[in-house]
Design a binder for this molecule. Structure first.
Ligand code: HEC
Length: 105
């Protein structure tokens, strides 16, 4: 039984890498812009550098292949998460996305 464990763990690790995640590439500027927007608007709830999110969602664990879900959550809100509507310009939303997906991982 014990000898079987390692290959299974390895297989799970390989399968858990989201398809297409490595296809996304972000510029350094985009990630930096996202980091600034995050620090001002999101860190009070989600934690500085997405650490210690407290009761809010741990954004370091947000699935990198769910861009739609990210945009919907930010613009429409979710439970205690406020809806931002059109507060962010599309390129600012993309910068936030870049930061969440690539900024601290
Ligand atoms: C007032 C506190 C607060 C602020 C400010 C805030 N959030 Fe949230 N956010 C939350 C909470 C609480 C949740 C968990 C919602 C739930 O699942 O019930 C959440 C969830 C999320 C989720 C996950 C939604 C899902 O699909 O599960 C994303 C993505 C997110 N926030 C992004 C952001 C971004 C980006 C910002 C800054 C623009 C931000 N949040 C600002 C409180 C906040």
């Amino acid at each position: 039984m014990k000898r079987m464990a390692l290959p299974i763990v390895l297989a799970c690790l390989v399968m858990s890498i989201p398809a297409g995640a490595e296809a996304q590439s972000f510029s350094k500027e985009q990630i930096e812009t996202g980091a600034e927007l995050f620090a001002i608007n999101c860190s009070p709830c989600h934690g500085a550098h997405m650490q210690d999110p407290g009761a809010a969602f741990n954004l370091r664990k947000f699935p990198a292949d769910q861009h739609e879900r990210f945009v919907t959550a930010v613009t429409r809100g979710k439970n205690q998460m406020p809806p931002w509507g059109d507060f962010f310009k599309p390129e600012q939303l993309e910068a936030l996305w870049a930061y969440v997906v690539a900024g601290e991982r």
